[in-house]
Design a protein around this ligand. Structure first.
Ligand SMILES: [Zn+2]
Length: 335
């Protein structure tokens, strides 16, 4: 039976309005060596009660009452829990798109906005590269016919990460279409008992505090692109102390976001900058291993202070609305 309430529970998402047309310019092609090339190591910490990244598979779990129950399994590679790189890239790209007024990529087609100006950037045809014009997100993350200049590795557990089984009510995402991008918030999960029931499903999840490690590879990025990318990973500058880096907001990863799963924080753990072009693979890795002078913090500061790609209004709105509200309950049922 559905819980009856005098008023509906507050919805756990917000919208970032689509405003002006994206600024499209010529992408950087890969043969050049300019700007920032290197890699950043991140630790992903689960901030919400649970994280669920689906594998697309079902497995069987034994419930406390002894019964076997089918559940949606967490993603694995070679038997090890993993957050696939595509999930990470998708989550970071969605924030990047919102805070740089970029197009809404094909990935989000299901919730495509009613704004032709924000339709995904067009195909880049071979031989017509000079004519290609792409929005900031497509220039950095890629689009049809243009390989992006950033990618992530699959994230693997740091230390021991154990999974648990939870039950949630089925998700009926509201099919609202509007000139806006939708983002889920961080609220408290309302735990359900583990008795099978109609219109519910079981998920294999990892709990709050679990940690994973991923590497972000970047190639020929400008300072402004690095700045927007660091923000899209949830970093920002303190509002009154401009030389202090802060965690601006959590990101949302994986599935069951309408049940407030999947809030994570990205902690920067190391940076390696390539200082000159090289075609020799061994040499390249040698150069990568020269850690940047001044360490991670100085570089992050330098990038974050480069705000040329930032849509100030969208950034401030995002920062305000994506703040965790863990004293508020996430809806348990259809909303
Ligand atoms: Zn685009």
């Amino acid at each position: 039976m559905m819980a009856r309430r005098s008023e509906p529970e507050p919805k756990p998402f917000f919208w970032v309005l689509l405003d002006e047309s994206p600024q499209k310019t010529r992408p950087v092609f890969h043969e050049k060596f300019e700007g920032w090339t290197g890699r950043l190591v991140w630790e992903i910490e689960v901030l919400s009660d649970y994280l669920y990244v689906g594998s697309g598979n079902l497995d069987l779990v034994r419930l406390p009452d002894g019964r076997e129950q089918a559940r949606y399994a967490f993603a694995r590679r070679d038997g090890q829990l993993v957050i696939p790189a595509t999930s990470i890239k998708g989550a970071v790209r969605a924030v990047f798109e919102a805070i740089t007024n970029s197009c809404v990529s094909q990935r989000n087609r299901r919730e495509r906005p009613l704004s032709t100006a924000h339709m995904a950037c067009g195909l880049v045809r071979k031989g017509k590269e000079e004519k290609a014009r792409l929005c900031p997100a497509c220039r950095v993350f890629g689009t049809t016919g243009y390989r992006g200049r950033v990618h992530f590795s699959d994230a693997v557990p740091v230390g021991e990460v154990r999974t648990e089984t939870i039950k949630i009510a089925d998700l009926w995402p509201p099919r609202q279409v509007r000139k806006a991008r939708k983002f889920y918030q961080t609220k408290a999960f309302q735990k359900q008992d583990l008795h099978p029931r109609k219109n519910t499903r079981f998920l294999e999840v990892v709990p709050k505090g679990s940690r994973f490690r991923t590497t972000l590879y970047f190639e020929n990025l400008s300072g402004a692109e690095m700045g927007a990318l660091m923000r899209a990973l949830g970093l920002g500058l303190h509002s009154s102390k401009p030389n202090t880096i802060v965690y601006a907001f959590p990101l949302k990863l994986g599935g069951a976001k309408p049940r407030c799963l999947g809030s994570v924080r990205f902690h920067p753990r190391g940076v390696f900058i390539q200082t000159s072009p090289s075609t020799d693979a061994d040499d390249l890795w040698q150069r990568f291993l020269q850690s940047a002078p001044g360490g991670v913090k100085n570089l992050l500061l330098q990038w974050l202070q480069s705000e040329a790609l930032l849509d100030e209004e969208a950034w401030h709105q995002f920062r305000a609305e994506a703040q965790p509200q863990t004293d508020e309950a996430c809806p348990r049922e259809v909303y």
